[in-house]
Design a protein around this ligand. Sequence first.
Ligand SMILES: Nc1ncnc2c1ncn2[C@@H]1O[C@H](COP(=O)(O)OP(=O)(O)O)[C@@H](O)[C@H]1O
Ligand SMILES: [Mg+2]
Length: 172
Amino acid sequence: MVRASASDPVATTTLIGDLLFTCANIFGWLTKRLRMMTFESHSAAETVAFGERLARDLKPGDAVALHGELGAGKTCLVKGIARGLGITQDVTSPTFTIVHEYRGGRLPLVHVDLYRLDAPQDAAEIGIEDYFCSEVVTVIEWAEKIAPLLPRRAIHVRMELRGENERTIVVS
Ligand SMILES: Nc1ncnc2c1ncn2[C@@H]1O[C@H](COP(=O)(O)OP(=O)(O)O)[C@@H](O)[C@H]1O
Ligand SMILES: [Mg+2]
């Protein structure tokens, strides 16, 4: 049996490699935690205002994945994001269209609502991944339905219904 010792250069290199890998993982986890932000909303207007603030930091190619049950306020937040981007059109819940595009703001906004999506491959067919490589901001309701297709850098927003007008919003 070969025993690794500190004087063995191969074992030492492996050890340093493992240490660096662990450090990188801890660093990644920490930055993700630091990026995490929780907001307590007490009205639809507050959620819209929060969306407006969120929009300030959005860049071309950003994807915002929205999670939360029906009535959690996802569309409400999209209205705020649109407003924050300077889009004057009213954002509505797409009834049968899955994708709505809004132009005229600082950046184009693509609003995707996957509520009626049955299979993830349907989203792949409509070319959802192309939006992530383009100059638009894509905001996706029911994003968990296409989890494997989402870019790694996606901003996740989790919305929880706490009461009639109370919502907890966690951004990570
Ligand atoms: N704090 C709040 N944030 C967002 N929506 C709220 C809030 N309080 C009450 N509401 C109401 O909840 C509903 C949220 O609807 P919507 O945004 O369409 O949800 P979702 O898209 O998640 O299904 C709206 O009728 C809105 O007026
Ligand atoms: Mg909605």
